[in-house]
Design a protein. Structure first.
Length: 317
């Protein structure tokens, strides 16, 4: 992480913990949106690009939220993407030529932390992805995936004019309630289990994860989507965790009461989403495995398991 703009090379996957050994995630520091005049300039054809770039890791569920939203809304041609290597190096996320990542020679930076120090020379905190970067102002617009998907859906509507609305006004309350229900207990719940530093903290998180999965299994017995009867950002936020569960969390994070493939209704829901290219094309199993299993504190030998082999891999190209 960075302390007063200086990189500290000892990388610790535990962001913060409380006295009971519970994993605490850092809150995001850059929370702006894309300038309205730039959005208008693209809308009226005065300029072709928004002057932004999205930095992501395929391993990262939060970054993948932004990739899926970008694809669903048809923003590919307006928002170029740079994909870091899946393994965190001693200097954090890097471009170092891992297959499927953006080649280092196409990038003006080698490490993601360089974006943070350019945006704020005194920055203290972790250099996380996703980063929505301002290529003209040379600063970070936003580094919080929950904001970025709303910026894409709402603020960039004049640009994409998409039929789909990932957070319609009328459903907003329900969407927020669903997101909140799954964030702590599932999206971040698996991390709380994986990075717990006490037995109690692990068990608390493990129970939260499987209570929520049991609830979701019931929910998808009678619902096609997470909220109401249409695809929303809640589906994106749920999917990215489900897609990593059997592949990484079940083994590495010890959330091993059951696999997602043991839940018939959740599995059918995943298959429905994977038929949509925005979901399947932004799911990279090789990066997910290589990335999670490179976390030395949890897997000192760095051995990447060969399995599992899951039916839904057929949907990926
Ligand atoms: N609140 C952020 C969280 C992002 C985050 O934690 N990203 C992880 C990867 S999954 C990261 O970059 N970690 C690097 C680090 O902690 O040093 C968001 O949702 O955008």
């Amino acid at each position: 992480m960075l302390v007063n703009g200086v990189w500290q090379s000892k990388w610790d996957p535990v962001q913060k913990k409380d006295e009971q050994g519970r994993f605490l995630r850092q809150s995001s520091a850059f929370r702006k949106t894309i300038a309205a005049d730039r959005i208008a300039a693209v809308k009226y054809g005065a300029v072709e690009t928004l002057g932004v770039k999205l930095y992501v890791a395929y391993i990262c569920p939060w970054a993948t939220r932004t990739l899926i939203a970008r694809s669903l809304l048809g923003l590919e041609k307006y928002i170029p993407v740079s994909i870091v290597d899946p393994q965190l190096s001693d200097s954090g996320w890097q471009f170092h030529g891992y297959p499927g990542s953006t080649p280092a020679k196409q990038e003006s930076i080698s490490y993601i932390y360089q974006l943070y120090t350019e945006a704020d020379p005194d920055y203290t905190g972790r250099a996380t992805v996703p980063v929505l970067w301002d290529t003209e102002g040379h600063t970070i617009i936003n580094n919080e995936s929950a904001d970025i998907i709303r910026i894409f859906n709402h603020d960039l509507r004049p640009v994409h004019n998409a039929e789909i609305d990932l957070a319609p006004e009328l459903l907003l309350h329900e969407i927020d309630r669903f997101n909140e229900r799954i964030y702590d207990t599932l999206n971040n719940g698996v991390y709380r289990a994986g990075f717990a530093s006490s037995q109690e903290a692990y068990e608390e998180a493990y129970n939260d994860v499987f209570t929520t999965l049991a609830w979701l299994e019931k929910h998808f017995g009678h619902s096609v989507y997470a909220v109401a009867d249409q695809l929303t950002e809640s589906d994106i936020r749920l999917f990215v965790t489900l897609a990593r569960f059997d592949v990484a969390y079940y083994g590495l994070f010890k959330t091993n009461k059951a696999r997602i493939s043991d839940y018939a209704n959740i599995s059918a829901y995943m298959a429905r989403l994977l038929k949509i290219p925005a979901f399947s094309q932004n799911t990279n199993i090789d990066h997910i495995k290589a990335g999670y299993y490179s976390i030395k504190e949890l897997n000192p030998m760095g051995i990447v398991p060969q399995g599992p082999e899951l039916d839904w891999f057929d949907y990926l190209n």
